[in-house]
Design a protein around this ligand. Sequence first.
Ligand code: MN
Ligand code: MN
Length: 278
Amino acid sequence: MKIIEEGVKYIEVVEAVEELIRRRGAELAFPVNVAVNSIAAHYTPAPGEKKRFQHGDLVKLDVGAHIDGCIGDTAATVEVGTSSWSGLVEASRQALYRAISFIKAGVSLGELGGVVERVIRSSGFQPIVNLTGHSIDVYKLHGGYSIPNYNNHNPLRVKEGLILAIEPFATNGGGTVASGGNSNIYRYLKTKIGLKPELQQMARSVERLRRGLPFSSRWFVKEIKGSVRDLRRMVSRGVLYSYPILVEEKGGMVSQWEHTIYVKENGVEVLTERTGAD
Ligand code: MN
Ligand code: MN
């Protein structure tokens, strides 16, 4: 968050974070996501991308690390050189911490969403209703539980021992996202008969290296030595899934905060909170 400044390239920030995670002995659970202004989620720079942060940008940085498939997923929002959106930034941050202090074994997903919704609405903004938090399993970023950003009356209760990513999204727009363009993020789905041998080889490498976790075209070009065209071919054959960018439908500005927590009988342990200086 500290190195995001006017004129800095997205790719510099993303590569610095990815490098730090690897240096600290973990692996990337997914490519570092940079979502600016009305983009809510799912974007990472393309290989060699030149895009730079501009004065007044509202930037969400979403980061995931894993060790042996145990994933931490966390996000925060920062403004580039301005403080025009501090109310919006605070709305999702307060919603996250209010949800964290509310969660314990036995609370329902609907009630939990209601806590997030109340904080965001009482701050004068809308929760994004078609984005959710999620449970996390080993090598599985989205487990079976979805944590809504509003009270959807889901009676399912959280249990002790669950790992949950709580991620409130707030906006001054309408409160929904739609799919936009290419995010440069992919995931392996399945192999297909009749795939060209070189693509078959690449698909196998991705399957082995990522074990179903998302990856970026930057990594694919650098580590698998493939091209963006190879990725497109594999997507059209159904071998890979290509994540679309998620954009606020009315063009509203979006803020997001996220932590991964461990559910205990009487509360939670926050697993992605900063514990010391770096
Ligand atoms: Mn995340
Ligand atoms: Mn998440």
